[in-house]
Design a protein around this ligand. Structure first.
Ligand SMILES: Cc1ncc(COP(=O)(O)O)c(C=O)c1O
Length: 407
């Protein structure tokens, strides 16, 4: 089946976070309570990581059939669910997962919180590599742990891991965990096997548990190859927890279904105990149905959507090179999130936000929320019809052009 990703679909009024709220200072407010956005150009939301595309047809068919069944009692992630995960990881990533390693949770972010709670004592520290997905910080702070920052290195438009910094932090006795974003949100790096191996060796040597958040691991551009952390070898897998989900891959985030894969039985038991202590057991029935259909029958859609998103990236890169030369585009190797270095616009954080949100009326994720290293950057979600992307770019150009002194 050929999918049409050019189609603009109205997502207002269907409980979409992306299309319902806007940021005001540090708060999200419903759009209807933000009068300045009621008039004039409609806001283009390109912030949170979901796609403005309809998901694979087999998923819609499976959900429709399940809805017609009409009984929605408690769900159970049984054999066919686990097999779908096992088959996907084997077929797509060459990772042999045993069904019993899988712990289903209602999202990766809740799992990250529970992982910190399970494995990090009060006062111990967790390494993150900023600029990085901001809920990592919250997962650490929410659960009594402290932050250990190992900023990524940024040179010649490319990010890399500061291995010397990592080694120094990991060797400190109070450092218990590293939360790894792989591929890395927001900078779009798909870590190579060699990079992961080096990182893993440091963590193993210093007894630092690796939590690999691989939620973007299916969204990889040609010429890059995703390495699941656990495929580095059994020694690495036994000292790691891997967070996966079909939610980014197939645009199913609202169904709140993810899988935490833990090969080490002791670590798994500890995590399951924490999970049970919250009462958060059980999985959303529609999420399970969607996962099975997506993993078993969604590959054709995924190939087409990645092709379309790659086309969107080319459009963005060419537009920016031609019309917004003050912005440097960091080419993503994976994910549909693009990291823009806007520092040459010469605007401070507030002025940059005013330009994007209030003048262009394009709602991006401000770089600073990913850590101080992100100040002056913006993250744009390009998983939208090309017409919307082009409109957003044109608006940003108009806003930049109308600012005296910005050149
Ligand atoms: C790195 C990363 N982890 C986790 C999530 C969200 O996970 P979930 O919706 O399963 O809680 C996102 C969403 O953008 C993400 O980028």
């Amino acid at each position: 089946m050929i999918y049409n990703f050019d189609r603009e679909i109205d997502r207002r009024g269907v409980h979409s976070a992306k299309w319902s709220v806007v940021k005001q200072g540090d708060r999200f407010v419903p759009l209807e309570d933000a009068p300045q956005f009621q008039e004039g150009k409609r806001l283009l939301p390109m912030w949170v990581a979901d796609m403005d595309f309809v998901c694979p047809q087999p998923v819609i068919d499976a959900l429709t059939a399940r809805a017609q069944h009409g009984i929605f009692g408690y769900g159970w992630p049984g054999a066919s669910y686990r097999q779908a995960v096992v088959d996907w990881m084997a077929r797509r990533h060459g990772w042999a997962v045993a069904p019993e390693w899988i712990v289903a949770t209602p999202g990766v972010v809740p799992a990250l919180n529970l992982l910190v709670r399970s494995f990090v004592s009060a006062g111990q520290r967790v390494i993150v590599q900023p600029p990085v997905y901001y809920p990592f910080y919250a997962a650490i702070a929410n659960n009594g742990a402290d932050l250990a920052r190992n900023p990524l290195l940024y040179a010649d438009g490319r990010y890399s891991i500061d291995f010397a910094g990592l080694e120094a932090l990991a060797s400190e006795p109070d450092v218990a965990m590293l939360i790894l974003s792989s591929p890395h949100n927001p900078v779009g790096r798909v870590w190579t096997r060699e990079e992961l191996q080096r990182l893993g060796e440091i963590c193993l040597a210093h007894d630092v548990l690796v939590v690999a958040d691989e939620i973007h691991g299916d969204l990889i551009y040609p010429d890059h190859r995703f390495t699941p952390y656990a495929t580095l070898g059994d020694e690495f897998a036994q000292a790691a927890v891997v967070c996966t989900a079909p939610s980014k891959t197939f645009n199913l985030a609202g169904l709140a279904t993810s899988n935490i894969i833990i090969p080490n039985p002791e670590l798994r038991l500890r995590f399951e105990r924490t999970l049970n202590s919250t009462g958060l057991h059980g999985v959303n029935t529609f999420g399970m149905v969607a996962l099975e259909a997506a993993y078993n029958e969604g590959e054709e859609w995924l190939a087409q959507v990645m092709d379309y998103i790659a086309g969107n990236f080319r459009t963005l890169r060419e537009f920016v090179a031609q019309h917004l030369p003050q912005i440097d585009v960091i080419a993503p190797e994976g994910t549909y999130l693009v990291w823009l270095d806007c520092r040459r616009l010469g605007l401070d954080k507030d002025a940059l936000e005013r330009l994007m949100l209030h003048e262009a009326r394009v709602f991006l994720d401000e770089g600073a929320i990913f850590g101080v290293e992100g100040e002056g950057f913006e993250r744009v979600n390009i998983a939208c019809p090309r017409s919307i992307l082009v409109e957003a770019l044109q608006r940003i150009k108009a806003a930049v052009d109308s600012r005296p002194g910005v050149s």
